[in-house]
Design a protein around this ligand. Structure first.
Ligand SMILES: [Zn+2]
Length: 296
């Protein structure tokens, strides 16, 4: 595990500052308890090329097991228009952080957010800000509710058996996204995935029936070609990012968008190699200008 340390903290650690030591060390059993010990650990660690090499290029486009997720690194836009769009969702009361969302979360989650619900809200805003403003506005127009909770109760299957727990869910029946504070803390694309499901639903039928990715419904004619393309790419039985996304076109689209966001921009050619067509679909869905034009 690597923890970023800035120069000031480094200087304190070098000087043997006990408070800085307590903040940075001693949280991992068997881990280093001081800067000296940490440097020792580091000196004995295997050189990077023997442990970490070749992961991004080849490893990534091989099927991943259903549960594997990558950090999404799409840039959060900081312009006034984006800020206003996100603020409008708050003003409309569509974003709710449960009062126990942090309190009942694990310690690392609470600490990660400084025990401050406001920081949870900031993370929600930051992730929303990755997407084109017309899509953020559409969440408001179609009243998609976003709720942050400590835990999501596992759903039951048709026989009443508990399904595996999830940390994010988009419920199309009432157009709501639920995400755990833990998922927001890890920032591994869970909230992004649920947002994509919501966008897919709104762009397909304004959240009333089918999804864009299913290729049969489209709420804005400018997206018609994209909808048909996603469906035909899914139907081709190729171009899958992972096992999970073979289930249906909704997950197929979500996996593509998340992987696009997770992969380093300089490695994106790998994705283009899996499907230049899907690559272009994702690029357009994330493009402010394209989306604005398509929704006119
Ligand atoms: Zn999903």
């Amino acid at each position: 595990m690597l923890v970023p340390v800035d120069r000031i903290v480094w200087a304190k650690l070098e000087a043997g500052d006990k408070r800085a030591e307590a903040a940075f060390f001693g949280h991992i059993d068997g881990g280093p308890r001081s800067l000296d010990e940490a440097l020792n650990f580091w000196a004995q660690a295997p050189a990077p090329q023997s442990g970490f090499g070749e992961v991004s290029q080849v490893g990534r486009n091989v099927d991943k097991s259903g549960g594997k997720r990558d950090r999404v690194n799409l840039p959060s836009k900081k312009d006034e228009k984006t800020k206003a769009s996100v603020r409008a969702l708050h003003d409309a009361g569509l974003i709710h952080i449960d009062s126990n969302a942090l309190k009942q979360s694990e310690r690392d989650v609470r600490i990660g957010f400084g025990n401050t619900p406001d920081q949870v809200k900031d993370r929600v805003d930051e992730i929303l800000s990755r997407y084109p403003t017309p899509l953020i506005d559409l969440l408001g127009q179609d009243e998609v509710r976003i709720r942050v909770v400590a835990k999501i109760d596992p759903a039951k299957d048709e026989f009443g058996r508990l399904l595996p727990g999830v940390d994010g869910r988009y419920n199309g029946a009432n157009r709501s996204i639920t995400v755990t504070a833990s998922a927001l803390h890890q920032n591994l694309g869970v909230f992004d995935e649920e947002l994509v499901h919501a966008f897919d639903h709104l762009l397909g039928s304004r959240g009333k029936a089918g999804r864009l990715s299913e290729g049969e419904m489209v709420a804005f004619p400018g997206f018609a070609e994209i909808g048909k393309t996603i469906k035909s790419q899914f139907d081709s039985g190729e171009h899958f990012i992972d096992e999970y996304s073979k289930g249906n076109p909704r997950e197929f689209l979500a996996a593509w968008l998340k992987e696009f966001g997770a992969i380093d921009p300089e490695d994106r050619e790998v994705l283009r190699g899996i499907s230049p067509v899907m690559y272009s679909v994702v690029e357009r869905l994330l493009d402010e200008g394209f989306v604005r034009e398509a929704m006119r």
